[in-house]
Write a protein that binds this ligand. Structure first.
Ligand code: HEC
Ligand code: HEC
Ligand code: HEC
Length: 416
């Protein structure tokens, strides 16, 4: 048996090794960092808008770090992969990268020296963006302040640290190719699809993944996960309790509060913060496209009147939660009435527990929606009871199947 296994495995590894060597991409020659004057101000400005739409700042800036100098950890089921320094510093950043090298990284996931990049960098989406947009992003990044900051080593188990393996992943899961416009579609809707499928990489979180962590093409935007959160379905049958409208989506996507859907939190929050900083036609187009792929959820069963719960839990809810969620609060303290919350009407308790533990803090300098986090104030038992009570009081759906585990998972994630 062991012999048989070796007889199959050894040649397989040899062939894979040979292929990886034979197919390994070439290095693209280093250049001296181009001078600022070699870029047009129009391209730089367009690049700034595109960088916001692509959330480059989110994954390429560490907490408290200098913009685009790297160090933010992208969590994957295999380990943590760190965004690199993409400032124009020649040794630790991309200062020595020509447009050709930058283009290849964005479209094929290969760095200047010819190494394969991990798809935690969403090049499976960025491959769709136009030549002009790649050049504008390059102009923007190459005119940022260079920062000398070496990349952090990725936190991956041994075989996955071996980058040539990624050639195999790409063979199975990656299709290079530009966005194909749909001449029959409305121009705004098609621009929205360009943003959703390309730069906006919404599917990186909202699409479920298969065993090798590739997005499932047959289930695009039907609901995925990101950093301990559930990213609800935003195509097909909506996860939201109240049907989306063009206006409510535009508000939500621009970091706003919509009385029927609340405000984006967790990994969704920076997406909205960035979209709110680009011209409003971007959020409008994304919303217009989503409206063409979303169907409303079937009507939800009404909640039972007065669910049973112990008096301490009811008092906790009425004392600590209700005044912001009964529709009467105003300004940034106003949360949705909880029968409208996607998190309360979800299949599992993940996002409800995340909201409970972490709340939502508006971005620096914004007066947006704010809810305090209750992680430190509650024991696991109290959190569990509260979550079960909120579910029963505001939803006619059965109890969450996994409240205790969701509470433990959120606790583990919030432990320092
Ligand atoms: C979801 C997180 C994420 C987003 C969003 C993201 N990146 Fe990255 N990016 C990464 C990670 C992680 C790596 C490192 C991959 C690796 O080590 O293989 C990376 C690598 C790169 C590289 C290769 C750099 C090098 O030194 O090898 C470039 C260039 C790059 N990103 C540019 C961009 C641009 C431009 C944007 C915005 C349009 C962007 N990234 C958005 C996560 C992200
Ligand atoms: C200071 C006001 C305030 C308090 C107190 C508060 N919340 Fe919130 N809550 C908000 C705001 C603002 C949001 C973000 C806007 C939104 O999504 O509704 C929010 C969001 C939520 C959401 C997500 C809604 C969605 O978008 O799906 C849930 C669930 C929630 N809160 C539950 C609670 C619970 C349970 C408590 C008590 C332990 C509580 N909140 C206390 C203001 C508050
Ligand atoms: C980094 C991961 C991530 C990316 C990228 C992302 N989202 Fe989200 N999104 C989430 C998570 C997590 C939630 C749930 C958080 C919440 O309820 O506040 C969410 C919530 C939403 C919701 C509300 C759904 C509901 O039923 O309540 C919409 C709409 C949405 N995202 C649209 C988008 C669009 C459009 C894009 C691309 C432009 C996008 N998202 C990109 C993670 C992401």
């Amino acid at each position: 048996m062991r012999f048989l296994l070796a007889a199959i495995l050894v040649p397989l590894v040899l062939v894979a090794g040979f292929l990886a060597y034979a197919l390994s991409p070439r290095e693209i020659e280093a250049i001296a960092p181009p001078a600022r004057v070699s870029f047009s101000p129009v391209a730089i400005e367009r690049g700034q808008r595109l960088a916001l739409l692509g959330n480059c700042n989110v994954c390429h800036t560490a907490e408290g770090g200098r913009p685009y100098s790297g160090g933010y950890g992208v969590e994957t089921p295999f380990g943590t992969i760190y965004g690199t320094n993409i400032t124009p510093e020649p040794e630790t950043g991309i200062g020595a990268w020509s447009l050709e090298a930058f283009d290849r990284s964005m479209r094929e996931g290969i760095d200047r020296e010819g190494r394969h990049l991990y798809p935690a960098f969403p090049y499976d989406h960025f491959t769709k963006i136009s030549d002009g947009d790649v050049a504008a992003l390059y102009a923007f990044l190459m005119t940022r302040e260079p920062v000398r900051e070496a990349a952090r080593a990725n936190d991956l188990p041994f075989p996955l640290r071996f980058r040539p393996l990624l050639a195999g992943w790409k063979l199975l899961a990656f299709r290079e190719g530009r966005f194909e416009p749909d001449a029959a579609a409305d121009a705004e809707v098609d621009y929205g699809r360009y943003l959703v499928e390309g730069l906006g990489h919404c599917g990186a979180c909202h699409t479920p993944r298969n065993l090798i962590q590739a997005e499932r093409r047959d289930a695009a935007l039907r609901g995925g996960v990101s950093a301990g959160w559930t990213a609800p379905a935003i195509a097909g049958e909506a996860a939201a309790a109240v049907p989306w409208t063009q206006a409510s989506l535009e508000t939500y996507l621009s970091d706003g509060f919509d009385p029927d859907h609340g405000a984006g939190a967790g990994p969704m929050q920076p997406v909205g913060v960035n979209l709110a900083r680009t011209p409003s036609e971007d959020a409008r187009a994304v919303a217009a496209y989503l409206m063409t792929v979303l169907q409303p959820r079937p009507a939800l069963p009404p909640p039972l009147a007065d669910p049973a719960a112990d008096p301490a839990t009811i008092a906790l809810f009425e004392g600590a939660c209700l005044f912001c969620h009964d529709g009467a609060a105003s300004g940034g303290a106003r949360g949705v009435t909880l029968d409208r919350s996607t998190a309360v009407q979800a299949e599992d308790a993940t996002n409800l527990v995340n909201f409970l533990f972490h709340g939502r803090q508006p971005a620096a300098g914004s007066a947006g929606s704010h809810m305090p986090g209750f992680a430190a104030a509650l024991t696991n038992d109290q959190a569990e009871a509260l979550v079960a009570y909120v579910r029963a009081r505001y939803s006619g759906l059965p109890p969450f199947p996994d409240t205790a585990e969701a509470v433990r998972a959120a606790r583990r994630a919030s432990a320092p």
